[in-house]
Design a protein around this ligand. Structure first.
Ligand SMILES: [Zn+2]
Length: 489
């Protein structure tokens, strides 16, 4: 047997001014055939899973390109078409194959393409024809479209948010793909539209218990091959945005339809009560300053580069300096120009610096301060599980106000406290840490902090669907519509 593996992925915030082109992929991950690293990245774990399983089976694996860009604005049309055609060309050259296994994200939108993954899967199907296995792994913050369901046999999304299980899900996808290539299973896909959009962290209830139930069904129901919960991605203005349940059965379509509906309506019942409380900045800073814990983590949930925004908001920093807070470290604020100025000034220099607040009028003004350049680190990085996440060139500046700030050149949400320690700041030795992430930071920061506060600074992410100017989303979904399934629900 012979299979082809490739990965093209990013998450597109169609409202973000930080557009995505080839340089965005090259800054995060662009690995031509044979150059994918030994460690998996979030959306390219199928490479690692395939290498392992195919070596065991003695089957042949042809590796194509793997590309990942940090979430951002609309993908440049030529960039998407170029990457797509590169991978399709590699697939054509590898033909005939028995299977195609892809690492996707599922919320990629390019200029002219609302459904990049559907477009890619349809073209893959056209090349391999019917009867050949097409399997893809997705992020749950994606849009599940009919085109994807029509063209892939197997679609599996990460279950956990934070996405701690992306390697496990890749192993599961490859295992099912192997069974399908051998003709041992007949996957039928049943999807249910929950008609809602919500932030659904799985580290806490109700999602924690719900996931346990889903896993029990997968283990105990012999007809069920896999269940995926597509959370949806509210910053993507596309017709299919929203939460969905996907049940894949072994030839039991009606059973799958019923189960998808039942689980989907249960998921719908969690709306409005699935996320932890988000505090306004004033209240969060009050609580942090009054706390005896060290460090207190303030998570700026809406200036999260992982959601496609710039990550250069200064709102919480300004709230802290207005209160005279010291003993604070902020990681990170994206500002390539400020990094360049600091690098030129050199370590130890005391300079007047303007940083942050450049990309979105709602995210606060640039911050002006006298700073000391403490450290300059070329190609800095942080960890996310097993994967190494680039931060680009980064500098640690100490504001005369007594606050440390890390500025960086490659946008990345805050995943792990080592983003501070890699720059020379001991994160355990600060009273307050300010980070930019919605939920992926949680496990790693909970290991060093007993008090984590989620801060809703309100911008710049389109965080309230009721006021977001969607143009392509036409289906009734909660919370834009109170009763999208009818008055009785
Ligand atoms: Zn995600």
């Amino acid at each position: 047997m012979k299979a082809f593996v490739a990965s093209i992925a990013t998450e597109t915030n169609t409202f973000s001014p930080v557009y995505t082109d080839m340089s965005s992929f090259k800054a995060s991950l662009y690995a031509p055939p044979g150059e994918h690293p030994e460690t998996p990245t979030l959306c390219s774990a199928p490479f690692i899973a395939c290498r392992r399983r195919f070596a065991e089976l003695g089957w042949e694996l042809v590796e194509g390109t793997a590309a990942w860009a940090e979430p951002g604005g609309l993908v440049n049309r030529a960039t998407y078409e170029g990457l797509r055609d590169e991978v399709l060309g590699q697939l054509r050259a590898a033909m005939p194959v028995d299977g195609v296994i892809l690492g996707l994200h599922g919320a990629m939108v390019a200029d002219g393409y609302d459904d990049c993954e559907g477009d890619l899967l349809a073209r893959v199907r056209e090349i391999v024809g019917p009867g050949i296995t097409v399997a893809a792994e997705f992020d749950p913050h994606s849009h599940l479209t009919q085109k994807r369901l029509d063209n892939a046999d197997l679609l599996i999304a990460f279950k956990e948010f934070p996405h701690t299980d992306f390697v496990e899900r890749a192993d599961e996808l490859v295992e099912l793909a192997v069974q399908h290539m051998r003709g041992e299973i007949r996957p039928e896909r049943s999807a249910f539209d929950c008609r809602m959009i919500e932030v659904l962290p799985t580290s806490i209830d109700p999602m924690r218990s719900f996931l346990e139930r889903v896993r029990r069904i997968e283990a105990e129901d012999p007809a069920v091959l896999s269940i995926s919960l597509i959370h949806g991605f509210m910053a993507g203005d596309v017709p299919d945005m929203g939460t969905r349940v996907l049940v894949i059965t072994d030839g039991a379509r009606e059973h799958g339809d019923r189960l998808a509906r039942e689980l989907g309506m249960e998921l719908f019942s969690f709306r409005g009560r699935a996320r932890p409380p988000y505090l306004p900045p004033e209240e969060a800073v009050d609580r942090a300053l009054a706390s005896d814990h060290r460090p207190v983590v303030l998570a700026d949930v809406w200036d999260n580069p992982g959601g496609g925004v710039a990550g250069d908001a200064t709102l919480i920093l300004r709230e802290l300096t207005a209160r005279g807070a010291t003993d604070v470290a902020v990681g990170t604020i994206w500002d390539p120009v400020a990094v360049q100025l600091c690098r030129a000034a050199g370590e130890g220099a005391h300079i007047r610096l303007r940083f942050g607040g450049k990309t979105d009028e709602k995210a606060g003004c640039p911050y002006d301060a006298w700073v000391t350049v403490k450290r300059v680190v070329p190609d800095a990085h942080q960890s996310f599980g097993d994967s190494r996440v680039p931060l680009g060139d980064a500098v640690w500046v100490n504001l005369d106000e007594g606050i440390d700030v890390i500025l960086n050149t490659v946008r990345s949400q805050s995943f792990s406290p080592d983003l501070f320690s890699n720059l020379g700041i001991d994160p355990r030795d600060r009273h307050i840490l300010v980070i930019k992430s919605t939920n992926h930071f949680y496990e790693a920061f909970a290991a060093i902090s007993d008090e984590i506060l989620y801060v809703d600074a309100g911008a710049p992410y389109p965080s309230d669907p009721r006021t977001t100017n969607y143009r392509k989303l036409r289906r009734p979904i909660w919370p834009i519509v109170e009763h999208p399934h009818g008055e009785t629900r």
